[in-house]
Write a protein that binds this ligand. Structure first.
Ligand code: SAM
Length: 354
């Protein structure tokens, strides 16, 4: 059995400081990336040792913010991974055909500065074609980084950032202002940006196409599972999930049906096994309910079924075929005093519920 590397107490102290000051939990992010980013900040601030850098973080909250921004890597581009986009363009045509006159909801989760969300809106507009009433298109772009979302909302990009955009698309979907390009109103109208933490905030709901690319590479396998379990709820039945090219996560194939593994495209089957646990006697209702999920910034709508489950007194847990928790209602949270965010993606048998 592979033994875990010893914990690096100074690194843990830095992550704890970040959690205390910015309420952001990096403990389940991959350590190698975090370490590189911390070293970079140490060089920039001329701190020779980790303890000197920790002391700087103690006295300078601005440096904590700079470190968080540096640890959230926001590398992105329009139509990133051309091959995947060719498949996505076909998928969009198919989705539009399946949902005539309805709403087509697309989510770019971890959208950084907005290029992926706008690429989706452009590809969807092309798939819809001119003069086609079709479904109403809504693209949600979310990220935990507030500055990145502010940039996304502005929708202004340099020629270098638009390298992957063809001259035809540039002319049709952007307006040139000086040496930069602004996404046209017709596209911006259908795109909503919001700050949202994929780990702790409520996911956007009733999604037909969900892109979460180049985010999972930064998370450890425990956190990957928890976020994937949340995507189960975000997607409509038959909705598509697209991960990044370098993100082959075996757990994804347990929750979703692989459609095109080489392009990391999966489909939600709605085929999860639901097991219900009832208790005759529930503990007394606490005066304030534990906060299960933060309110969604851009979409507070919850599926009817979820509300129903949360309002009933009976603790209800859903697992997949492998025994991994995919749902945990409020009554379950009360009974076992564990928030849904803490248990999603974990093995039910490992929770020690007795
Ligand atoms: C490398 S970018 C990916 C951008 C785009 N999806 C792409 O593939 O080009 C990763 C993004 O994930 C965001 N991110 C990391 N952890 C997150 C979390 N817990 N919730 C939401 N976004 C997160 C980062 O802020 C960053 O903008």
């Amino acid at each position: 059995m592979a033994s875990k590397p010893p914990r690096d107490s100074e690194l843990e102290a830095i992550l704890e400081k970040v959690r205390e000051v910015r309420n952001f939990d990096f403990r389940n992010y991959k350590r190698a990336t975090l370490q590189r980013r911390i070293e970079r900040r140490m060089q920039a601030t001329r701190c020779r040792t980790r303890s000197a850098y920790l002391a700087l973080l103690e006295r300078d909250p601005v440096e904590v913010t700079t470190l968080v921004s540096s640890m959230l890597i926001k590398l992105t581009s329009f139509f990133r991974d051309r091959e995947v986009w060719q498949t996505l363009e076909q998928s969009l045509v198919e989705l539009i055909r399946q949902r005539p006159e309805k709403e087509l909801r697309i989510w770019s989760a971890g959208c950084a500065t907005g290029e992926e969300a706008y690429s989706l809106a452009i590809a969807a507009a092309e798939a819809l074609g001119p003069g086609n009433p079709g479904p109403e298109l809504k693209v949600f772009g979310t990220d935990v980084d507030e500055d990145a979302i502010a940039t996304a909302r502005r929708g202004v990009y340099s020629p270098e950032q638009l390298e992957n955009v063809s001259p035809e698309r540039l002319a049709r979907f952007f307006v040139r202002t000086g040496n930069s390009y602004t996404v046209r109103k017709e596209i911006r109208r259908g795109v909503v940006f919001g700050v949202n933490n994929l780990v702790s905030d409520a996911p956007v709901s009733r999604i037909d196409l969900l892109l979460c690319r180049n985010v999972f590479i930064y998370l450890d396998s425990d956190l990957q599972k928890r976020v994937l379990a949340r995507f189960q709820f975000a997607l409509r039945r038959n909705g598509l999930l697209v991960l990044g090219r370098s993100e082959l996560i075996p757990f994804a194939a347990r929750l979703f049906r692989p459609v095109d593994l080489s392009r990391r495209i999966y489909r939600k089957d709605g085929d999860v096994e639901v097991s219900t646990t009832t208790q005759d006697r529930l503990p007394p209702e606490p005066s304030s309910l534990p906060r299960l999920i933060e309110p969604a910034v851009i979409d507070t709508e919850r599926p009817f079924l979820r509300n129903l489950l949360d309002s009933q007194p009976c603790p209800t847990i859903a697992t997949d075929n492998d025994g991994t928790v995919t749902l945990w209602n409020r009554a379950a949270a009360r009974l076992w005093n564990r928030n849904e965010g803490d248990v999603l993606g974990k093995k039910l048998s490992a929770l020690g519920l007795g």
